[in-house]
Every structure is written in structure tokens, then in C-alpha cells.
Design a protein around this ligand. Sequence first.
Ligand SMILES: CC(C)(COP(=O)(O)OP(=O)(O)OC[C@H]1O[C@@H](n2cnc3c(N)ncnc32)[C@H](O)[C@@H]1OP(=O)(O)O)[C@@H](O)C(=O)NCCC(=O)NCCS
Length: 168
Amino acid sequence: MVFAIEPLNKGHDRKSFQCGQADLDDWFQRRASQDDKRNVARVFVACDDKHGVIGFYSLSSFTLTIDDLPEEIGRKLPRYEAIPAALIGRLARDIRVRGRGIGELLLADAVGRIISAGRTLAVFAIVVEAKDAAASAFYEGFGFRPFPQHPRRLFLLTSTASTAVERL
Ligand SMILES: CC(C)(COP(=O)(O)OP(=O)(O)OC[C@H]1O[C@@H](n2cnc3c(N)ncnc32)[C@H](O)[C@@H]1OP(=O)(O)O)[C@@H](O)C(=O)NCCC(=O)NCCS
């Protein structure tokens, strides 16, 4: 099977994509391309030669405040107004490939891209938005932790992610 994750382009057929969350499908089908053009999100698409488009994720820069972070992390940081982060705003795989590791591959690819970008533009933490408890559980399985005051938003320190990747 040929599998690739690549930047969204006009050749990707998004019309039949279904992940089980109507708002995510709608965003991907109708707004992803506009968001990308306007530089508010970069969108990456997973395809294989059997199903076509089977997943996507979006990346944006993001900022945190020290107060967003757990106290034991925040107290080690300089008291800057904004702490730089990267947001995986949306991530989904098609229901046709549910439970086959595509979500994990998308997340690993997104984290890898953020680590690479972080060599040029500092990124303290990787932030994800979980739609529901199942999505939170998925991210927690990879070491993401919920923000104390925002349980559906989770983070992973870039330093932790880089160490994990170096060990692979
Ligand atoms: C969340 C989502 C991306 C997971 O994708 P997937 O391809 O089904 O998951 P994978 O097969 O890659 O699973 C990877 C690991 O996460 C675990 N996992 C997957 N879904 C899980 C869930 N709902 N709860 C707990 N763990 C979960 C798997 O058991 C697996 O762990 P293992 O390797 O120890 O067995 C997928 O369910 C999805 O697209 N959901 C709809 C959109 C959504 O909610 N996106 C996230 C918020 S934007």
C-alpha cells in the first residue's frame, strides 16, 4: 500500500471524507483550504492508493500564558507575557480506516513537523483540542496532559516530544 502525508492541495478529493464528527468533516470539506490560504492553519492530508484521502490534521502557531500551565511547569519559566506553542487544531481519520493506527501516524507526523519547525521558531509546548472524552483519551495515550483549567485542551512539552522521538 502506498501511504503519504502531504500538504493539502486541489487534487485531494475531500467530498466523501467522514470521521464521525460532522463539524470536523464540514471544516475539512468547506473551510480547510481557505484557512490554509489565509495563513491561519496549515493543513496536511493522509492518502493511500486504496481509499484516497483517509485523514488530515491542521497546524497553527499558538500562545499560552504561564497561568495556563500547571504550577510545577510554569514556575520554571521566565515571566513572559506569551509562551510560544504550536496547535494541532484538528486531526481526524476517515471511519473506513478506524482503529488501524492512522490517528497515531497523523499525530506522529504532526509532532515531527512541529519539532522541525521548532528548530527555527521556538515552541515550548504542543497543544491539541480534543472534541470529546474519547479524543482526550487518545491524546493522553501519547503523553498529552489536560490543562488544569481547560480539560478538553491538552499539551505535551516539545522537549518531552523531542526526547521521545530521539529514542525511536
Ligand atoms: C481520535 C482518532 C484520530 C483516533 O484515530 P484511530 O486511527 O482510530 O486510532 P489509532 O488506531 O491510531 O489508535 C492509536 C492508539 O490510540 C488508542 N485510541 C484510539 N482511539 C481511542 C479512544 N477513543 N480512547 C482511548 N484510546 C484510543 C488506540 O487504542 C491505540 O492505542 P494502542 O496503540 O495502545 O492500541 C479518531 O478516533 C478520529 O478521527 N476521531 C474523530 C475525530 C476526533 O475526535 N479527532 C480528535 C479531536 S480534533
